[in-house]
Design a protein around this ligand. Structure first.
Ligand SMILES: Nc1ncnc2c1ncn2[C@@H]1O[C@H](COP(=O)(O)OP(=O)(O)OP(=O)(O)O)[C@@H](O)[C@H]1O
Length: 311
């Protein structure tokens, strides 16, 4: 279990994390979503006991990250967004090196390392030099490294970044397996559809603040009542713009990508939406199409991070 309580981190005058609180139950796969610079890596570094917060605190399985860092590290497998691999070490030697630094005896490592290589689909590369592995393979090796001491909690900073679609699918399958093993997993990304498939719950972080939290459908539901409508209007286009702009349920009206198209956010009910269309036709606006665009998670995210008030 991960508990983050009012975590704030300042770099000089700049506030990278702003009173962030979050609770992640055991066995959950939690997706931490945010744009570049939102504060994801800062949060992860604090949880991994590598960075001190300015204020607030966090617990990993009940251990305080500042007061009990050694105990926290035993509980935690951490995969940073950037990691080095030593050249002149073979895959299997690399894992022995990390296993030894966790104090795992050689005879145990002999059994454990083949299992880990199997889990991350790298058995066939056990005698390859690590710096010659592909990017996806290095990511998987780093994941195996973070699992060497069988941690209960995993913190994975952008594990799918830079991977091709096939490697991403492989990574997703590995994470599924880890979830089935009962691990609590906190994973960050800005690739939303990826996270949506892998995670039980999502948290959206923007400028160091957690601005939404819940299942994918819960987050979408929080924006319920707000639809994106695209209208194709012919003839006097400025008359059409003026007409729709005048409606109280319409906001953020802009020209659409296609010719004669305009789009806006509509906050009214289905009935009000049909009334709007009827009124437009009665006002002699020549409409060839009037359609509601289903928002996917990416749209929701863009909408949320543009500053839509959620609470
Ligand atoms: N050591 C530092 N000194 C000053 N500012 C920093 C430092 N580390 C991070 N920051 C700033 O804090 C903010 C949050 O950075 P962080 O790396 O946590 O974001 P992120 O969400 O992980 O972004 P990305 O997706 O790009 O990795 C950024 O504006 C960054 O420039």
């Amino acid at each position: 279990m991960i508990e983050i309580i009012e975590l704030t981190k300042k770099y000089g005058n700049f506030t990278a994390l702003n009173s962030l609180s979050l609770q992640i139950e055991k066995g959950t796969v939690f997706g931490f979503v945010g744009q570049n610079g939102a504060g994801k890596s800062t949060t992860f570094s604090i949880l991994a006991t590598l960075l001190a917060p300015t204020s607030g605190t966090a617990y990993i399985n009940g251990f305080n990250v500042q007061k009990e860092p050694k105990k926290v590290r035993r509980q935690l497998g951490y995969m940073p967004d950037f990691f080095g691999v030593y050249d002149q070490l073979k895959t299997v030697e690399y894992l022995h090196f990390y296993g030894a630094s966790y104090g795992i005896p050689a005879y145990e490592r002999e059994k454990l390392i083949p299992q880990l290589l199997d889990l991350v689909n790298l058995s066939h590369k056990q005698d390859s030099y690590v710096d010659l592995l592909s990017r996806g393979m290095k990511q998987r090796l780093c994941l195996a490294r973070s699992l060497i001491h069988d941690p209960e909690v995993l913190i994975l900073d952008e594990p799918a970044s830079g991977l091709d679609p096939r490697a991403r699918v492989e990574m997703r399958e590995i994470l599924k397996e880890l979830k089935n093993m009962g691990k609590t997993i906190l994973i960050s990304s800005h690739i939303l559809p990826e996270l949506a498939e892998m995670c039980d719950t999502l948290g959206i972080i923007d400028q160091g603040r957690l601005i939404a939290e819940g299942s994918v459908s819960e987050i979408q539901a929080r924006l319920k009542g707000e639809k994106l409508i695209i209208v194709k209007a012919h003839g006097d286009f400025s008359k059409a713009i003026a007409f729709f702009e005048d409606d109280l349920n319409v906001s953020k009206l802009t020209k659409g990508e296609e010719e004669n198209a305009l789009q806006f956010i509509f906050r009214g009910s289905d009935l009000e939406q049909s009334e709007l269309l009827k009124k437009a036709i009665l006002n002699n606006i020549a409409i060839s199409s009037f359609s509601e665009i289903e928002s996917n998670l990416e749209d929701v995210f863009m909408e949320i991070t543009k500053g839509v008030e959620l609470s």
